[in-house]
Each structure stands twice: as structure tokens, then as C-alpha cells.
Design a protein around this ligand. Structure first.
Ligand code: SF4
Ligand code: SF4
Length: 136
């Protein structure tokens, strides 16, 4: 139990660290191999194109009303917020941290269809070229 608690505390420290880009590690090839997927605990912004690729909505639904799409996906626990101004959909996070598409093995369950920002990270992100890396 004590070690469970320690593990939980350590994960909490990992999470808090992931939220402070000034503490991040410079990305290098191979860094992902033993990383706990810190990038998948960051707020995830998606576009309608991303949601269509993820098969969560259709071009037809998006053409009618993005607000209606957001309402439907909010009810399904997939979208947390939608901005009419930027047309960005924020994806829900489990317990306010892990992406809902992150598997128990801390690998992406929708890798082939993942959103554009995930494809571009860490080239783009809160601190370009740097990662909220932490060992698994
Ligand atoms: S935080 Fe960086 S090192 Fe870790 S999985 Fe994401 S891209 Fe790879
Ligand atoms: S969609 Fe996949 S790659 Fe993107 S944040 Fe979620 S789990 Fe990570």
C-alpha cells in the first residue's frame, strides 16, 4: 500500500512537471522509447478535420453546424469545450490529465488517425523542440 502511495505521489510529481515547459527535456531520436507519454497529458486541441479522420463525426455533420457536433461529442464525453471563434475542439482528459485515447500501456489507441498536433509534437507545442519526458 505504501509503495502504491509512493508510486501515485511520484506520478503526480511527473504530471506537475509535465505542465511546466521550463523543466522539459530537449527532444532527441529514441526519447519516446521509454517515455511515459507526457505529451498525451497535455490539453489536446483538435479541428473538425481531425474529428472527421477519427471517425467521430462526418463532413456532412460539420457542414451543417460545428456547434451541434460539439454538443453531440460533449454528450459522449469526447469533447470538453468548443470555441466558435477559433473552431477548436478541446478533447476530454481522464481525471483532468491523460488523453482519453491513451491506452493502459500508455500508447495511443488511435495512432493512425491521431490529430495533427500529435503528429507535429514536439515540433509544435508549448515549447517547440522540448518534451515533458519522464521515464515509464
Ligand atoms: S513527451 Fe516527447 S519523448 Fe515522450 S512520448 Fe511524447 S514526443 Fe515522445
Ligand atoms: S490522440 Fe493519441 S497521440 Fe494524441 S494525445 Fe491522445 S493518446 Fe496522445
Amino acid at each position: 500500500m505504501k509503495s502504491e502511495l509512493k508510486k501515485a505521489e511520484s506520478k503526480n510529481v511527473d504530471y506537475q512537471k509535465s505542465q511546466r515547459p521550463s523543466t522539459w527535456t530537449k527532444y532527441r531520436k529514441g526519447l519516446c522509447d521509454d517515455c511515459w507519454a507526457g505529451c498525451c497529458t497535455l490539453p489536446l486541441e483538435t479541428s473538425a478535420v481531425d474529428l472527421i479522420r477519427l471517425e467521430l463525426t462526418t463532413e456532412e455533420e460539420c457542414a451543417v453546424s460545428l456547434k451541434a457536433v460539439a454538443k453531440k461529442l460533449k454528450a459522449q464525453g469526447i469533447v470538453r469545450e468548443f470555441s466558435q471563434k477559433t473552431q477548436i475542439f478541446m478533447i476530454e482528459q481522464r481525471f483532468g490529465r491523460d488523453c482519453i485515447f491513451l491506452g493502459k500501456d500508455r500508447l495511443c489507441t488511435v495512432y493512425e488517425k491521431r490529430p495533427e498536433v500529435c503528429r507535429q509534437f514536439p515540433k509544435i507545442g508549448p515549447r517547440p523542440g522540448f518534451c515533458p519526458y519522464n521515464k515509464k
